[in-house]
Design a protein around this ligand. Structure first.
Ligand SMILES: Nc1ncnc2c1ncn2[C@@H]1O[C@H](COP(=O)(O)OP(=O)(O)OP(=O)(O)O)[C@@H](O)[C@H]1O
Length: 206
């Protein structure tokens, strides 16, 4: 099973509950703003700790409260594309990409050349993030995530602040990732149009 998740996490006054079981390589997590979607991604990435439950992705148990399993963040292999990109402003695009370079001992799934080609960012390698458009920054952030040889790709509202054409470019890249790799991908959005376009199983939080 690609995703077997059942967690609760208290955030301030509310408790987020996520239940997700799917064999699909790509799943979407949808819901209105403030419902806890990013917090679920943070739990999967190991940035915050659920209060209860388990997280199993691609057959790997990342967290299990009962069995006292809590794999450290750096060993979880999450390629996380944050809503706000979080590129390093003092590094060039190439240095940002190489920061994520093959952070585990597995053979690299993709070379720098393949990733820059896939994302159409070859011409940007010497530029700093501040000189890039929103769509270019998002593609570099996706590239950095892919360079880490991820076991899971987490995309947090990747179309935020992009116009329709640039958004479509990102959706095409997600489609390509789905076709060309078997890496589980979780796609967070609050836009039903994106879900319809990706045609993937969709989960909500309670
Ligand atoms: N450390 C925290 N302490 C208290 N409340 C928190 C904490 N982290 C998040 N929250 C609250 O939990 C709720 C869920 O936040 P989260 O960012 O996960 O939602 P989201 O669904 O991803 O929202 P958006 O779509 O706007 O990004 C929000 O109300 C947020 O204010």
């Amino acid at each position: 099973m690609s995703f077997d998740i059942q967690i609760t996490k208290r955030l301030g006054d509310c408790t987020v509950e996520c239940v997700m079981q799917s064999d699909a390589q790509l799943v979407a997590l949808v819901g209105p703003s403030g419902q806890g979607k990013s917090s679920v991604l943070n739990c999967i990435a190991g940035l915050i700790r659920p209060d209860s439950g388990h997280i199993i992705v691609g057959g790997h148990t990342l967290f299990d409260a009962k069995r006292q399993i809590d794999i450290p963040t750096k060993l979880r292999g999450c390629g996380y594309v944050f809503q706000e990109n979080r590129l390093f402003p003092h590094l060039t695009v190439e240095q940002n990409l190489r920061y994520g370079d093959n952070r585990n001992s597995e053979p690299a799934q993709h070379t720098l050349a393949e990733i820059t080609d896939l994302l159409n960012i070859c011409a940007l390698l010497d530029r700093k993030p501040a000189t890039l458009s929103g769509g270019e920054q998002r593609r570099v952030a996706i590239g950095r995530a892919l360079m880490s040889n991820p076991s899971i790709v987490l995309l947090d509202e990747p179309l935020t602040s992009l116009d329709r054409d640039r958004g479509e470019t990102i959706l095409t890249i997600v489609d390509q990732l789905r076709r060309e790799t078997d890496t589980p991908i979780m796609y967070v959005t609050h836009q039903m149009a994106e879900i319809e376009r990706l045609a993937c199983p969709t989960f909500t939080l309670s």
